[in-house]
Design a protein around this ligand. Structure first.
Ligand code: OOG
Ligand code: NI
Length: 471
């Protein structure tokens, strides 16, 4: 029957990211350099740290026989319309990626909002945690009416999906969201058309310049024939070592590392990037003298990025993170601007108030942990226990749950440093979760619920294995 040869979304995700990685490497050769640097740093770091316990606490899923780190990437795409977003959702569903969380980009001066497409379950995350930061234009936030209608007109004319791809999406709809193995091969190559770089623009040079003058992001979205993958980010276990290695290779690295400061117990996400590259692009021109010809221009949007992932934090842990980061920003702010060095100093100072041992963070419920029964645990009698008791008695051990999402402030910093407009004005707009969900055609998942259920399931599993109740 049909269902016998439906492709597994997790396996398909791996083929998909390999295809994307190869394509991006050929488009942006520096990405290949970056992947090599990160892979060398990861190997050296994981081999030099001796204590396997410290390793697995510090790097979580990145270590051990089923390590996912070599394959782990995140990408970013910027979309123009609700229809594009909904179609992207249908594509990603086939490779097991689902929209999680809402990111408001208006405070960063961008007329956009975003979600993270990623796997949701523990087992699919373990197999391949590929995620894509997917932003979409909110035209109502474009101030200039002429630029707004130009962007809308260009977007209404473009089609970033091939007809074969659209057919396969319809097929998947009647096969419970899956494709057969032979359909999958076509699917991957057709999907790459949506994400690859097309050498000719979808607009004239004049229109490009007009949108760029209003906001560089508008030109990047509306003037192209595809949702070109903006960057593909490998995960490093030591971002400082990787950053140093990038500098040694002569890459012009962004001024500072975004996110929390360096810590004994890493939390959330630290990121840095090298600056966007200038890429040649041909534009149609509307000038009569040059009728029907193409003129050579260039575009700067795509860049290389690396990230170091730590533990996922609870709402309390996140509130403390936000408060301390705000405190540091306020302290570092002089009349005109914030310098990278003074911000780093202030962040380090402010974060001395963030507990930095796993046990402190666990007892104050700042971080999500998963629990497991120790290999050689003392035997326990039936009955009811508290988790604290089981930990003290050495029956159960904890491992921090890796943060699988993004940080909007870091995203804003990354966006801005690469668009070259540092002094972006905040847009005065409220978030529009309902609008994003309507465009997607599904509800957004809540990342806290996902982390909580991974934690709670691990506790139930401990209780089951030990034959006890845990309260
Ligand atoms: C997305 C920037 C966000 C990250 O790692 O925070 C991002 C973009 O530049 O389109 O990728
Ligand atoms: Ni990124």
């Amino acid at each position: 029957t049909l269902h016998e040869d439906l492709a597994d979304p997790n396996a398909l995700r791996t083929s998909f990211i390999l295809a994307m990685s190869n394509m991006y490497k050929s488009e942006v050769p520096l990405y290949g350099t970056l992947v090599d640097i990160v892979s060398d740093v990861n190997k050296a770091t994981l081999q030099s740290s001796l204590d396997p316990n410290i390793l697995s606490m510090r790097y979580g899923d990145a270590v051990g026989p089923s390590s996912r780190i070599d394959i782990e990437r995140h990408g970013a795409i910027r979309l123009g319309t609700p229809h594009e977003l909904r179609t992207i959702r249908r594509i990603f569903n086939i490779i097991g990626l689902h929209p999680v969380g809402y990111y408001d980009l208006a405070p960063a001066g961008l007329p956009m909002h975003a979600t993270c497409f990623r796997p949701k379950s523990k087992s699919s995350l373990r197999q391949n945690p590929f995620r894509v930061f997917t932003s979409v234009l909110r035209p109502e936030l474009i101030k200039d009416a002429q630029a707004r209608s130009l962007a809308m007109e260009l977007l209404s004319k473009r089609n970033i999906f091939t007809p074969q791809l659209m057919d396969l999406l319809d097929e998947a709809d009647i096969q419970s969201g899956r494709l057969t193995l032979s359909q999958s091969k076509v699917f991957i190559s057709e999907a790459m058309e949506t994400f690859k770089w097309h050498g000719t623009a979808a607009s004239s040079h004049q229109d490009y310049m007009c949108l760029k003058a209003e906001h560089p992001i508008l030109a990047d979205i509306a003037c192209f024939r595809s949702a070109h993958i903006n960057h593909l980010t490998p995960r490093t276990v030591d971002i400082i070592a990787a950053q140093n290695a990038m500098e040694q290779e002569g890459l012009s690295v962004k001024e500072r590392i975004e996110g929390p400061p360096s810590r004994k117990c890493p939390i959330l996400l630290r990121q840095t990037s090298f600056l966007a590259i200038e890429e040649p692009i041909k534009f149609a021109t509307t000038e009569p003298a040059a009728a029907l010809s193409l003129i050579q221009g260039s575009h700067r949007a795509r860049f290389g990025e690396i990230e170091e992932r730590g533990a996922a934090v609870t709402p309390a842990g996140r509130a403390l993170y936000d408060t301390l980061l705000d405190e540091a920003m306020a302290a570092a702010k002089t009349a005109e601007s914030i310098s990278a060095e003074s911000l780093d100093d202030e962040v380090a100072k402010a974060f001395s108030k963030y507990p930095d041992t796993w046990e402190d963070m666990r007892s104050r419920d700042l971080v999500y942990f998963s629990y497991r029964v120790k290999q050689h645990q003392p035997s326990v009698c039936r009955g009811a226990y508290t988790m604290a008791q089981l930990l003290t008695d050495g029956v159960v051990e904890v491992i921090p749950i890796t943060y699988e999402d993004f940080l909007p402030l870091s995203a804003a910093g990354i966006f801005q440093s690469n668009l070259g407009n540092k002094d972006a004005q905040q847009l005065d707009a409220s978030p529009d979760v309902a609008g994003l969900e309507q465009a997607l055609g599904v509800k957004l998942s809540d990342s806290d619920e996902l982390y909580r259920s991974i934690r709670d399931e691990s506790i139930q599993e401990c209780a089951r294995l030990l034959g006890i109740t845990i309260e």
